[in-house]
Each structure stands twice: as C-alpha cells, then as structure tokens.
Design a protein around this ligand. Structure first.
Ligand code: ZN
Length: 354
C-alpha cells in the first residue's frame, strides 16, 4: 500500500511536469519508490507501467522486494538497453534525474534517443521523500534513540589522553551492537583545534583536558538515518568555551522554539544565525542550520541561505548551529526534529551541557 501511494504521488508530479515517464537512477529514490534495497538498478515509471531494471545479481531480490514492479533483467550500461526499453513503452518525454545521471551517459543516450525525449528534472522524488509517513518517522525515531544512547554512554567515559580515533571506535562499536545497520556517515570525534573543522576525521590526537570535543554520529535502521552532534569538554573548559557553548545552544533553542511551518529553509536558518551574529560570531557559523534526514543522512529540506523550500508538517530535519574558531576549536549542537502541527518537535534526547 505504501509503495502504491508513493507511485501514485509520483505520477501526479509527472503529469504536472508534462512528462510521460521518469527514469529513476538515484539510489535512495529507487529504494523509496520500489522497496528494493539492492545497490544497482533503475526504475522506469510511466502513467501505466512501473519497471525495475536490474542485473543478474539482484533479480531474485528485486522480485521479492518490489512486487509492485515488473522486473527487467539488464546487461551492460544504461545506453545499451534503455533506448529499446523506452521505445517498448511508447513514451515520448522521459524525465531523468539531472543531479544523478552522468554527462557522458546522457550524451550517449541522447545520441540514440534524441535530446528532445530526455528531459532533465530535479528533486521530483526528493520532494516526496521530504515528507515522512508514520512508519518512516518510527524508524528515524529508533535510529535517533540509538545515537542518543551511544553518546550518553560514551561521553562520560571520555577522559584526557584518549585518542579521537579510540573514542570514535568505541561509539561505532556500540552503535552496531545496539542494532544499527552500517553507519550512514563516518563518525566525527574532533578535539581542540581539530574541532574547528566542521567535518574533521578522527585522528591519533590525544584529547586534552579543558578543550572542546565535537562528536557527530549517525545510526541507521531499515535504511533510515539519524544524525546527532554534541560538544563536550573533559575537565574544565576555558571562558571562551562557556561563552561559545552558550551562544550555540541559545541559537539552537531559539530556532527550535520559533521555526514554523510555512517558513522557507532560509528563514529558518536566519532565526539561529541572527543570534550568533548578535553574539559576534556570525562569520564563524559557516554552514547551514540543518538538513533533512531520511533514507539519506542529508536530504531535503535544506535549511540555509538560498534555500527556498517551504517547511511543512511531516518534514524531519536537523537543527545544528555551530561556531568554529581556527586554532581554538569549535562547538556544534545538533538535534533531529519533526515538524508537527506547524511547530517543531525534538526527537533527539541526548543530554546537552547545561
Ligand atoms: Zn547533520
């Protein structure tokens, strides 16, 4: 039923865009629309047909996981089989995912099919994925609980002298033991000056007393991700830490309290950004306020400058302001939230420093 509903919504979108069919090549979009979890394959969906094209390795799995689709076994690259399949469906304007199909593949397809038949599209399936149903929210909530538990269990054990890599490994082990599937992104444990790099890689650096440690981790349940950041300070932090931490937390809480349905991603971002700017650290908050979380750890809606997406009920996203000071370190605090009845409800429960 869930899959049928998604395909129905997609067909409305196709009609709106005056497309006869769409070729879906993006991995999470493929899974979302079909239920097929394999790592290779394409969907071709028209008004009347829904085809899942995959190779020998995945045919059996595809048949089992995607009963709403006709399974078509392929051999070779897209340009070798797609033009014939498209002709057999008698479809003229076929959308393709411009953010996913490579230029060279497009060129080869266009050479056989003609440029007019191939219509670049953006964010069609992503816009459906941005709004979660109950089951999706339940899976994300479970993934969020895993990261909450892991950080709460490990954070008090972090003591000066431990290496970033050791802490990262302890967290990763725990997440897997507690039931996470393969982690959605490499865990971040960044201490001292390394914490000034928003996406630092855990290193051999021993954590020193009194410096900030940014921990950013994710878990995955049935494909659905969580994303959590906490900043701790083993030993007593300096005055800078207290000041920056309070500012980031204040910005996060302000955003949580005031983001409303109907705002754009840019307006939501501004709610936290203003607080940090007024505190004198505007330049040090160099990334967006947040991003959607679902089958991908980063998806729509994006909360940041230039994001026109309108926030609405059912969207699940992060709120994660940060301040990064070269040579000193950084602070980032990140929760996953869901938009319900026009307001934000926080899913993450891991403790923050008061
Ligand atoms: Zn994030």
């Amino acid at each position: 039923m869930i899959i049928k509903g998604r395909i129905e919504k997609l067909r409305h979108k196709l009609a709106e865009a005056v497309l006869d069919a769409i070729l879906v090549s993006q991995g999470e979009n493929r899974r979302y629309l079909s239920g097929f979890t394999g790592s290779a394959g394409f969907l071709l969906i028209s008004e009347r047909k829904a085809i899942l094209a995959t190779d020998f390795r995945y045919v059996e799995q595809a048949q089992a996981q995607a009963p709403d689709f006709e399974i078509f076994q392929i051999q070779g690259e897209l340009p070798a089989w797609f033009p014939d399949l498209a002709s057999s469906l008698n479809v003229r304007r076929i959308g393709f995912e411009a953010n996913n199909l490579s230029f060279s593949t497009y060129r080869r397809l266009a050479a056989t099919m003609g440029e007019k038949r191939l219509v670049p599209t953006e964010e069609i399936v992503e816009s459906l994925r941005a709004i979660k149903d109950e089951r999706e929210l339940e899976l994300i909530t479970r993934a969020v609980e895993l990261t909450d538990d892991a950080v709460e269990e490990i954070a008090p054990r972090i003591c000066p002298g431990m290496k970033e890599k050791e802490v990262a490994w302890e967290i990763e082990k725990l997440l897997r033991e507690k039931g996470s599937e393969s982690l959605p992104f490499p865990s971040i444990v960044a201490s001292g000056p390394n914490a000034a790099l928003p996406h630092a890689t855990p290193s051999e650096r021993p954590i020193l007393s009194g410096e900030p440690v940014v921990i950013d981790i994710g878990a995955r349940i049935e494909g659905y991700c969580s994303d959590l950041s906490r900043t701790i300070c083993p030993g007593n932090g300096d005055k800078t830490f207290a000041k920056i931490y309070d500012l980031v937390l204040g910005a996060q809480l302000a955003a949580i309290a005031t983001i409303e349905a109907g705002m754009s991603g840019e307006q939501a971002d501004a709610l936290a950004r203003t607080v940090i700017e007024q505190g004198g650290y505007g330049e040090a908050f160099g990334h967006g306020l947040g991003h959607g979380v679902g089958l991908a750890p980063h998806e729509q809606p994006r909360l940041g400058r230039g994001s026109s997406i309108v926030l609405c009920d059912g969207m699940v996203f992060t709120i994660e302001p940060g301040i990064y000071v070269k040579g000193w370190g950084g602070v980032r605090i990140e929760d996953v939230v869901v938009m319900e009845k026009g307001k934000v409800r926080v899913l993450s429960k891991a403790k923050k420093i008061d």
